[in-house]
Ligand binder design. Structure first.
Ligand code: G3I
Length: 407
């Protein structure tokens, strides 16, 4: 692009280098222009002083936030039955005051769930505690959250497939994940998008393939899933083509993809350009979230070189920020138009949009229209208090939303 400019203009920062492209000067404005959520993980104490350098940067540069810790199980329900929403409420107050959006992280994880782990001892107690937690926390935040990490880090590492042996699985059984998604849809209605979020699945590899297969199964069974989160805890040497190809194959089965916990150890400008490029090539890549604002408070350590600011009074890494601005300014308008349409889809309608051959007969007919039981541990159609054993019926790809029966 610069080849068309008067030489005097070449010395200017990248974000004003292309007069015919978007000339946003903040990451937030640039992301807004292309229908992208550009987020950061934060904590209530970091945004409590609206005039601090941290809060000023967060609201100027980001249009989305997520609690780094304060909406996890042991922060919101500890002990079991005693709920505390204060951290999430405070972050939401900041988000709302600054017209940002919010992700919810998370309902189900093996980590930071000590209160649940101590109380869950069999299938019945597990399902009961899971459902009450999702009903309560989901109910409290349901109109405030755009994307929920219902499931966090549930997938076995490597290519073995299947679910990790965390306490939810060992007590409830493999269908805990299905139950969590169903409980979530019932708790929040169509107010937000339901995600499974995982690490080391950012490119095309055995783990991401097993997540893809799990997602296909959910869609075929009528279990509500709207998106997959790729955490993107990465190191320098980002492979744009690999990450882009992975995002695309989840779009082919109708799913949103969010890059949820980005940090790139010892990153270069090229790394940030590549990761943003991988996202922008795909209309279904809807959120790009850095796991913190500044290296100074990164979970990896203050010398990680992994975020967009450094210092406890955050100082912007202008090369990286300009690289991201430039990438967003030059996003393919056709992909952007498709993303803007895609993000309008109602939560719960993934199955209507799945394009993969896995969901179609040779004549392009729909394979998965028959009513199926959601859970297999009982007679089809039986309903119990926990919402197990309810058939998904009627279900048709042409009907609006998923036909999960009300409780
Ligand atoms: O809350 C206690 C506090 O009472 C105590 O004084 C303090 C002393 O160290 O510790 C506090 O707990 C810390 C907690 O964060 C809240 O600040 C833990 O020590 C610390 O280990 C914990 O780390 C978090 C980690 O998840 C826990 O696994 C990180 O901040 C957080 O960035 C990290 O986030 C995870 C995502 O949720 C899932 N994906 C991986 C990612 C990085 O590990």
């Amino acid at each position: 692009m610069n080849r068309h400019l008067h030489p005097a203009l070449l010395a200017l920062p990248l974000f004003v280098s292309s007069p015919w492209a978007q000339t946003a000067t903040t990451l937030r404005d640039a992301a807004d222009a292309i229908g992208l959520n550009f987020g950061l993980a934060t904590n209530s104490y970091q945004v409590s002083n609206a005039s601090s350098a941290y809060a000023v940067a967060a609201k100027a540069q980001f249009n989305l936030a997520v609690c780094e810790n304060e909406m996890k199980f042991e922060s919101t329900e500890n002990p079991i039955g005693k709920f505390n929403y204060s951290g999430g409420d405070q972050v939401y107050a900041f988000v709302s005051a600054n017209k940002m959006k919010m992700r919810g992280h998370n309902f189900v994880w093996g980590g930071q769930s000590s209160s649940a782990q101590a109380a869950v001892h069999d299938r019945a107690s597990g399902l009961s505690i899971l459902k009450t937690h999702i009903d309560s926390v989901g109910g409290h935040f349901k109109t405030k959250i755009l994307e929920w990490d219902v499931l966090n880090e549930i997938t076995n590492d490597g290519g073995s497939g299947g679910l990790k042996g965390i306490f939810w699985k060992t007590n409830i059984g493999d269908d805990y994940a299905d139950s969590a998604l169903v409980f979530s849809r019932r708790a929040i209605g169509n107010n937000g998008y339901l995600y499974s979020n995982d690490y080391s699945a950012d490119g095309v590899n055995a783990k991401s393939t097993s997540i893809l297969n799990m997602a296909k199964t959910w869609i075929q069974k009528g279990v509500p899933i709207d998106g997959i989160g790729f955490q993107c805890h990465l190191s320098t040497g980002i492979n744009k083509a690999d990450i882009s190809a992975n995002i695309k194959r989840f779009g082919d089965i109708g799913l949103r993809v969010s890059l949820t916990e980005i940090d790139i150890k010892q990153a270069t400008t090229a790394d940030w350009t590549a990761l943003m490029g991988a996202c922008l090539e795909n209309y279904n890549c809807v959120s790009f979230v850095t796991w913190g604002l500044t290296d100074a408070s990164s979970w990896i350590g203050s010398t990680c070189g992994c975020l967009l600011y450094n210092g406890s009074t955050p100082v912007p890494k202008t090369d990286f920020i300009n690289a991201l601005l430039d990438a967003m300014a030059h996003a393919d308008p056709a992909v952007t138009a498709k993303r803007k349409e895609f993000i309008q889809r109602t939560p719960g309608t993934t199955a209507l949009y799945a394009r993969s051959a896995a969901f179609r007969t040779p004549s392009s007919g729909w394979l998965g229209a028959a009513a199926v039981p959601l859970f297999s541990n009982g007679p089809k159609g039986a309903v119990d208090i926990l919402g197990r054993n309810q058939p998904v019926a009627p279900r048709s790809p042409w009907a609006a939303g998923l036909g999960i029966l009300p409780q």
